[in-house]
Design a protein around this ligand. Structure first.
Ligand SMILES: Nc1ncnc2c1ncn2[C@@H]1O[C@H](COP(=O)(O)OP(=O)(O)OP(=O)(O)O)[C@@H](O)[C@H]1O
Length: 239
């Protein structure tokens, strides 16, 4: 499902290029559920942005579902993402002026008669326990409910790959547990591959496969580098 080879990404900070990711080789098989943990600033969100094609790698290859992303134009990557990848971003990103139902409907890329669309959204809302909340605005929903809307919005087109960035980030532990369970349950029932970035070790431990980004990324953060090299300046180094 996902293949990464010789991937490098750096950002310009304070007038110089700082390496963030250097991943020689990494893959995720179809249907796997994988959690990635790692220190703040270690490049986890950047990695998801690269896999989704929102960001471009400086060099190397990323293939999703057999499609090398570097072969696509920006418009091609957008179309590929819409068809292939569901992305649950940090902090939900629901549109505040639209109801829960409208937020989901907006993401539906395929043409279907309104009746079928309505039935499909109804069934998704019911699956996540929000059947009586479809007409509510995000501000009228709890944070856990908003996250569930964000998850079904990402899944309504049945993408083969679901990416989620800190899906339990600002939730209390009980709600977070429910979201983790929902993500894993949906992955089994829908058959998609699931890749989650999280600081929540409780959530990560529920995943069949859990890795620290530093298991695959050769770039080490400043704090780790300073401990091992005695540097006092705040800079990232490639070990
Ligand atoms: N567009 C950008 N321009 C410059 N630097 C960036 C940009 N995006 C991210 N960075 C830097 O890249 C590093 C990795 O950021 P990233 O958000 O991927 O980390 P993270 O592991 O997801 O962190 P956290 O766990 O805190 O969310 C950080 O030092 C960040 O400041």
């Amino acid at each position: 499902m996902l293949q990464v080879q010789a991937l490098k990404k750096q950002f310009r900070m304070d007038g110089r290029e700082v390496p963030i990711l250097d991943i020689p080789e990494w893959r995720i098989e179809k249907g796997e559920n994988v959690a990635i943990t790692g220190p703040s600033g270690s490049g986890k969100s950047t990695l998801l942005h690269l896999i989704s094609g929102i960001l471009r790698a400086d060099s190397g290859r990323i293939s999703v579902n057999g499609q090398p992303l570097h072969e696509l134009s920006e418009a091609g990557r957008d179309a590929f993402r819409a068809a292939t990848i569901g992305y649950v971003l940090q902090d939900f990103h629901l549109i505040p002026s639209l109801t829960a139902r409208q937020n989901v409907e907006m993401a539906m890329t395929f043409r279907k008669p309104p009746k079928e669309k309505k039935a499909l959204i109804d069934s998704w809302l019911e699956r996540v326990g929000l059947q009586d909340r479809g007409q509510f605005l995000p501000s009228q929903l709890s944070r856990g409910q908003q996250q569930r809307v964000a998850i079904i919005r990402a899944l309504v087109n049945e993408p083969p790959l679901l990416l989620a960035d800190e899906p339990t980030g600002s939730l209390d532990w009980e709600t977070a547990d429910g979201i983790a369970e929902l993500l894993l349950e949906l992955s089994v029932s829908q058959g998609h591959t699931l890749l989650v970035v999280t600081h929540d070790l409780n959530m990560a431990s529920r995943f069949p496969k859990c890795l620290n980004i530093q298991d695959v990324n050769r770039v080490r953060r400043a704090s780790a580098a300073m401990q091992t090299t005695g540097r006092t300046t705040r800079e990232e180094v490639l070990l």
